[in-house]
Ligand binder design. Structure first.
Ligand code: 7PJ
Length: 273
């Protein structure tokens, strides 16, 4: 069972988390109104396409991306969350800033997706003081420098140990295990070899007793494997999502919701037989 505010999922089939990036539109100078409207329209399209959860983010955490201020991040995401009030699926807020978490939950989000695994001062308390779910993700380093020299003795055991500690910290803060998911953080301070080790060994993360989320959609590991640019990685992304589910992932975080949902329908049919 996975609880997410007023929503709950029995996890008898894998869930699709659709990515909604709310970053300024470089082709217009229409300011926040334009990107808000576009993000809301995109979110509604993803629900139609079969998204079970929407993940809304106002700061890019791709390798090398610049940080944005809390004020700017809130300006980007809050109107979108408010504009989606009443939708049929839970909203996850993709942030590591406790102030953004608090405001997003107050505006209607029911999950926090934190690439920093609630390590920021006050972050555990914000989630513990709500009924929201949380995704605890592993990364090595920060998005600005994390791809410079990632290093592990054994990626699966080191990432597992980190996530085990963060699950314990979350539970000690009062977050029930039904509200926690974990994520090895593909591409966050990992070489292609590390990412493949983590995917190969993904089933090990289920030993922690909470659902596993995997996010490989359009990432550079898929570019490295296919030689394709970021806009041309859909087939590789769908394959990666399906392979993650086969290795025990309960949630896949993707851009191409419709295509991933179709692939998972084939997976579900096999499991129901
Ligand atoms: C992830 C994420 C991921 C979780 C991003 C991108 C980079 N959150 N946020 N897991 N990736 N939980 O989508 O390319 O893998 S941003």
């Amino acid at each position: 069972m996975f609880r997410c505010g007023k929503f709950q999922f029995d996890l008898s089939r894998p869930l699709v988390m659709g990515i909604v990036n709310v970053t300024p539109d470089s082709f217009s100078d229409g300011g926040h109104h334009v990107s808000t409207a576009k993000a809301i329209a995109h979110a509604l399209k993803l629900i139609e396409d079969g998204a079970d959860i929407l993940d809304i983010g106002g700061e890019s955490t791709r390798p090398g991306a610049a940080t944005v201020s809390e004020r700017e991040e809130l300006d980007r995401v809050l109107h979108v969350i408010e504009g989606l009030r009443g939708i049929s699926v839970p909203i996850s807020i993709d942030t590591y800033k406790p102030g953004v978490m608090r405001a997003a939950l107050a505006a209607g989000a029911s999950m926090v997706n934190d690439i920093n695994a609630l390590q920021a001062e006050g972050a555990l308390a914000v989630v513990a003081g709500s009924d929201a779910a949380v995704c605890l993700m592993h990364k090595q380093g920060t998005p600005q420098i994390m791809q410079q020299q990632p290093h592990y003795q054994d990626a699966v055991s080191e990432v597992t140990a980190f996530l085990r500690e963060r699950v314990a910290a979350a539970m000690a803060a009062g977050i029930a295990h039904e509200r926690i998911v974990i994520d090895p953080g593909f591409g966050f301070g990992k070489t292609l070899g590390h990412n493949l080790e983590l995917l190969r060994g993904l089933a090990a993360f289920n030993d922690l007793g909470v659902p596993v989320l995997a996010g490989m959609s359009r990432k550079s590991m898929l570019g490295a494997l296919t030689g394709r640019e970021v806009g041309d990685r859909m087939a590789a992304s769908v394959a990666a999502a399906l392979l993650a589910v086969q290795r025990g992932a309960s949630i896949v975080r993707v851009h191409d919701v419709r295509e991933t949902a179709d692939a998972l329908k084939v997976w579900n049919a096999l499991n129901e037989g």
